[in-house]
Every structure is written in structure tokens, then in C-alpha cells.
Design a protein around this ligand. Structure first.
Ligand code: PHE
Ligand code: NA
Length: 448
């Protein structure tokens, strides 16, 4: 095995980096607006069921492949399954990671721009035309969002180019505690507002009729995978930097629980605020860029809260983007044989160039749509609801059906035999069955 492979310095460093990958725009931007669109508590329940029943076991599954494979997304599969086509799963992940970061960096760029606007005071009061108008003018501008997107990718590059120990591990050790503190501060403050109760009711009172909606399940599953970063081999890549003595099951549970806590706190932070100001919960992707700013403008201490919020959003995005960039970087570095520096610059450039389309899709290319989705919406939909579930199910089939039971057991590092059987049953049978059921339900659901 490769001797000079990158490694984490400590197990905690790996845990924090994996949590950093998980906690991101998925929790603070995507989760609240999807929950708002799909009826609140009902979506939350299905989402939680998927996270604990399928998400966390699949996170462990993905970790186990990376740690046993000890190489990048493609190399790990080649190591474990030589002379087969399994490494295409990793290759699809590399492409998926590039696509996700291409649109992720657009939204992260908006967040950085909003942070800048709050730091300079321009958004402290509702501007002429309102925040909706301002946001619209901003995203339709062809050049400025690209500048902020490039800036965000530049920050990501700055960390990844410094390597696993010196860049990624150090950055996350700093970012994760900051995120946790800011998040608790925000949620605590918002709960003191009038109307907070109504928002909590929305998040915690189910509307069971929504359970008949097949779209709810695929969206919840896609959100669970997106939020836990599973299916694209980013987590596989992080696990490949582990030394043999580090244990996986605890890490998978820790990351899964932490990610879910962040999503729920983001909901607790956003919905009470939305309700206490009588705004629309189902406003979609602009929720945090239009709805929240109006709230901040009329909230006591709103300017400070806004700055905290956009720092939080930008840093959470950064720690996830790092993992999304490291995924193709480690592929180019080890499989193609480039230096880390060359691979990082190359991948960042490719991602930026592809991402231009998602950004322009709000303005000069807004005619390019499928249904009501613009380019960013399409790439987001395609990766979260197709690439991630498909990648994750392939990894489940790989461990459940290609590897033998003993290998699966050793790689998973689950010591308790009962726990192992439960996990193995989920990976081998439940996941493929749920996937097939979902595909059928959605095909009929959409055509009916
Ligand atoms: N989990 C990240 C988030 O919630 C997004 C992500 C997906 C990161 C896939 C890495 C891989 O924002
Ligand atoms: Na997440």
C-alpha cells in the first residue's frame, strides 16, 4: 500500500472534518426551504426516519469502503475489487462532487456577498423596492455573483492546497466549534421572539395527508443523503486518510447526530422568525436571502444577528466545500498522479467554469429551464435526487453483495454481533428495496 499517503493527525480531527463536510448549506439553506415547501413536521418525520434508518448506516458503509480501500474514490474501489467495474461508482462520485460544488459555490457566494452588505451596513434597513427586489437584482446581474463565487472557491482552494493535516484538519478544528456556538446563540435568541411558538408548531405538528405525496419521500431521501454527504465518495475519501486504529461506527453516529441537530436547530432558528414576522414559509431557495433579511431589518439587534447568521452560513458552506473539493483533488492526485497543488488549481478551475452556468441561469440564461427549475435547480435536483441515491445504493450493493460477509464485518468495525446483523441487513436488503420502491412510486406518482 502507498506509504506516503495523506493521513489525519488525530481521530478527532477526522470527526470534525467529517462533521464539517456534513454541516453546510444543506442544513441552513436547503433543509429549511424544503421543509417549508413540503409541509413542515411531516417532512421532518420522514426525513428523520431516513437519516437514522438508512443515512447513518450508509455513512458507515461509505466510511468502511474508504478506510479499507486507503485510496481516493476510484482507487479505493480498485483496491477492494481489482479487475471489476466497481471503480465507476467512485468515478461517478468524483463527477457528482464537481457538479455539487459548482452550484454550491454560487449560493455560498451569495452568502459571502450578504455578509459583506451587512458588515458595511447597506442591508440594515429594507432597501428601496424591498429585499425581494434587491435579491432579484443581485442574482440576475451577470458578473458580480461570479466574482463572489470565485472568491468563495478561492478560500476553499486556499485550505485544500495546504493538505489534509495542515489545511483541512486545522481549518475544521477551528470552524466546527465556531459554528456550534453561533448556531446555539442564534436559536436561543430567535426563541425569545413573539410568534416563535407558531414556527415551532409548524416544524413539529404533522399534516398526515402529506404522506400520500410520493415526491415527499424522494425529496426526504435526497435531502438526507445530501445533508450527510453520502453517495459521492467525499466521506469515503476522508475515511481513507484514517489510520487502522481509528474506529468507524462511533464516528458515523456522531456525524449523523450532529448533522441532524444542526438541521433541526436551523429549523428552530428560521421558522419561528418567519412566523413571528408573518412571512411566507414556502418561498423556496430564496428563503434565507429574502425572508430572513426582512426579519433581521425589523428585529431587535437584527444587524448583529444578521452578521452572525451570514458568518455561520458562509463558514458552514466552506467546511463542506472543502470536502467537495478534496474529493476530485485526491482523485487527480493519486489516480492521475498530479501534485496536490496542480490538482487543486485544476479542480477549482473546472468547478468554477461549470458553476458559471448555474449562476447565469438566474439572469441572462434564465430561459434554460426544465419544468420550473433553472440551471442551478436542475443540477441540484439531478445530484441530490439521482447521483447521491444511486451512488449510495451502489456502495450498499458493493458491500452487501460483492464483498463477503466477513470482509464487510471487518471493514465496518462493528463489534457487537447483533448490531452487525442489523446494519448488514439494512445495507444488503433494506436499502436496495427502499430504492426500488421509491423509483417505482415516483415514476407512477409523476406520470399518474
Ligand atoms: N452535506 C453538505 C451540506 O449539507 C453538502 C455535501 C454533499 C457535501 C455531498 C459533501 C458531499 O451542505
Ligand atoms: Na448537512
Amino acid at each position: 500500500m502507498n506509504q506516503n499517503q495523506d493521513q489525519w493527525k488525530t481521530r478527532l480531527g477526522f470527526m470534525l472534518a467529517a462533521m464539517g463536510s456534513a454541516v453546510g448549506l444543506g442544513n441552513i439553506w436547503r433543509f429549511p426551504y424544503i421543509t417549508g415547501e413540503l409541509g413542515g413536521a411531516t417532512f421532518l418525520i420522514v426525513y428523520l426516519a431516513f437519516v437514522f434508518l438508512i443515512g447513518i448506516p450508509l455513512l458507515l458503509n461509505e466510511f468502511s469502503i474508504g478506510k479499507a480501500g486507503q485510496k481516493d474514490a476510484v482507487g479505493s474501489f480498485k483496491n477492494l475489487a481489482p479487475n471489476t467495474k466497481w471503480h465507476w461508482t467512485g468515478f461517478m462520485g468524483v463527477i457528482g462532487g464537481i457538479l455539487i460544488l459548482s452550484f454550491y459555490s454560487v449560493v455560498a457566494g451569495w452568502s459571502l456577498f450578504y455578509l459583506y452588505k451587512y458588515l458595511t451596513g447597506s442591508y440594515w434597513t429594507e432597501p428601496d423596492g424591498g429585499f425581494g427586489q434587491v435579491f432579484n437584482d443581485w442574482i440576475t446581474n451577470p458578473l458580480m455573483p461570479l466574482f463572489w463565487q470565485a472568491l468563495f472557491l478561492g478560500l476553499t482552494l486556499f485550505i485544500v492546497v495546504r493538505g489534509v493535516k495542515g489545511g483541512i484538519e486545522k481549518a475544521n478544528a477551528l470552524l466546527m466549534p465556531i459554528l456550534a456556538i453561533l448556531m446555539i446563540f442564534m436559536a436561543g435568541y430567535v426563541l425569545t421572539l413573539d410568534g416563535a411558538l407558531e414556527g415551532l408548531q409548524f416544524l413539529f405538528t404533522p399534516d398526515w395527508s402529506q404522506l400520500n405525496n410520493p415526491k415527499l419521500y424522494l425529496t426526504a431521501l435526497g435531502q438526507a443523503f445530501f445533508s450527510l454527504s453520502i453517495g459521492v465518495s467525499g466521506m469515503l475519501t476522508y475515511a481513507s486518510y484514517l489510520k487502522s486504529k481509528d474506529k468507524l461506527p462511533g464516528a458515523a453516529i456522531g456525524v449523523g447526530v450532529m448533522d441532524t441537530v444542526f438541521a433541526v436547530i436551523a429549523g428552530i432558528m428560521i421558522f419561528p422568525a418567519v412566523f413571528s414576522f408573518g412571512l411566507e414559509v414556502s418561498s423556496g431557495p430564496p428563503l434565507v436571502f429574502i425572508t430572513l433579511p426582512s426579519i433581521f431589518a425589523s428585529m431587535p439587534l437584527g444587524n448583529i444577528v444578521a452578521i452572525v447568521f451570514f458568518v455561520l452560513l458562509s463558514l458552514a458552506a466552506l467546511s463542506s466545500a472543502i470536502s467537495l473539493l478534496e474529493l476530485p483533488v485526491s482523485f487527480f492526485k493519486r489516480t492521475v498522479g498530479m501534485s496536490r497543488k496542480a490538482a487543486t488549481y485544476l479542480c477549482t478551475t473546472i468547478i468554477f467554469v461549470i458553476g458559471i452556468a448555474s449562476s447565469l441561469g438566474f439572469g441572462i440564461w434564465s430561459g434554460v429551464t426544465i419544468g420550473d427549475q433553472n440551471i442551478l435547480g436542475m443540477v441540484d435536483f439531478f445530484t441530490a435526487n439521482f447521483v447521491l441515491p444511486f451512488g449510495a445504493v451502489l456502495m450498499a450493493i458493493f458491500v452487501g453483495w460483492y464483498l463477503d460477509r466477513e470482509q464487510a464485518k471487518r471493514n465496518s468495525e462493528i463489534e457487537n454481533p447483533v448490531m452487525f446483523n442489523i446494519w448488514y441487513g439494512i445495507v444488503k436488503y433494506l436499502v436496495p428495496i427502499v430504492m426500488i420502491a421509491l423509483v417505482i412510486a415516483n415514476v407512477f406518482g409523476y406520470t399518474a
